[in-house]
Design a protein around this ligand. Sequence first.
Ligand SMILES: Cc1cc2nc3c(=O)[nH]c(=O)nc-3n(C[C@H](O)[C@H](O)[C@H](O)COP(=O)(O)OP(=O)(O)OC[C@H]3O[C@@H](n4cnc5c(N)ncnc54)[C@H](O)[C@@H]3O)c2cc1C
Length: 381
Amino acid sequence: MLPRTADVIIVGGGVIGCATAFWLAKAGLAPLVLERNQLGCEASGESAGMLAPQSEADAAGSFLDFGLAGRRLFPSLAEELKASTGVDIEYRQIGILVPFFREADLSARVARARWQRESGLSAEVLDRSDALKAEPLLSDTIEGAISFPEEAHVNSRALVTALADAAGRLGATFITGCPAVGVIRREDTLSGIRTANGTVSTKTVVLAAGPWSGPFGDTLGLRIPVAPAKGELVLVRPAGRLPRRIIYAKQAYLIPTPRGEAILGTTVEFVGYDKRPTVAGVRAILAGLSEVIPAIASAGFLRCWAGLRPHTPDELPLIGRHPALEGLTLATGHYRNGILLGPLTGRLVQELILGRVLSIPIEPFRPERPVPRPTNERDSI
Ligand SMILES: Cc1cc2nc3c(=O)[nH]c(=O)nc-3n(C[C@H](O)[C@H](O)[C@H](O)COP(=O)(O)OP(=O)(O)OC[C@H]3O[C@@H](n4cnc5c(N)ncnc54)[C@H](O)[C@@H]3O)c2cc1C
């Protein structure tokens, strides 16, 4: 049953929507989450789950700071969620090893490790022999590797479940199978939301609809530049041992899970809202990974799947009040890092709504920044 009014309505029950509900409920509000299907049924429940702000960072800056602050939140969040819900989000600081294969890659990788160390982060350059000692399953054709020991991993599906469960215990309401189809507005001020099942009054809506945030904006006549970027993953059970760390090569990555399986990824494609895995995608992942860890060829194939990342043209999230519609806050566009950034985004949205001091500056992520026009990546739902 839909309530008639809500303190805050959150559109979308992925990691961003559930984290936002969690932080708002912790502050004493009673948010309502509308999910058109099931909680975590899209990218949030299908992601690789890496908490990896350092491994791909080419420069210091606000996005890296956001990622580092996001990663720092996890150890205490994992404990808090376990204590309040009993759900283990499987947070593990297992580190990431980035191998490189060509002499030409060496200087760029060493430079990345150097500036990160100078910024106070852990990043160690390993020569070929030390890299093979650290991870003997790596191909002996590697030139060396960089180790990022602070990078971590979570079970992203468990994270969504735990956030939603904890938020529910604190007073949030979740209605699934209930698509939001538009807002009720008086000129430039929002006063409620229309769903397939009826309307709810509210002064505050948080749009956390992942790659569907763009089409939802279209229904309001607002440009919200978020579109789907498909990514595929493969799950295998290796015949022998697994690497201890995440192996993140240019060609592909491997994540060892606590169940003795390995998640292999990934691809990036702009093919609209079609999320069927393809032969070409799976083949690219397996071929790439075979170069990095040849023993993967004998692993047992378990399954493959694909998800849709919420992509923005400048690849930065959109967080903050929408300048053209009073009452609408965006929390979307987290592209490849929504699991890492989700819990902190939820806290930022709570701080924005309550007028509190923000945990980190969000100027570069504000919706009113100039964002280039998308090229060809926007398709219909
Ligand atoms: C293959 C792959 C690997 C990834 N690996 C990582 C990783 O290692 N680390 C990392 O940090 N991130 C990773 N990501 C990215 C991460 O999964 C996403 O950034 C994140 O899940 C986005 O969360 P979201 O809540 O914004 O969107 P979603 O998970 O898409 O959730 C949006 C929800 O809104 C609902 N919805 C849409 N429209 C409506 C509507 N009108 N009314 C009601 N509900 C609606 C949808 O059903 C959906 O459940 C990966 C993604 C993919 C695809």
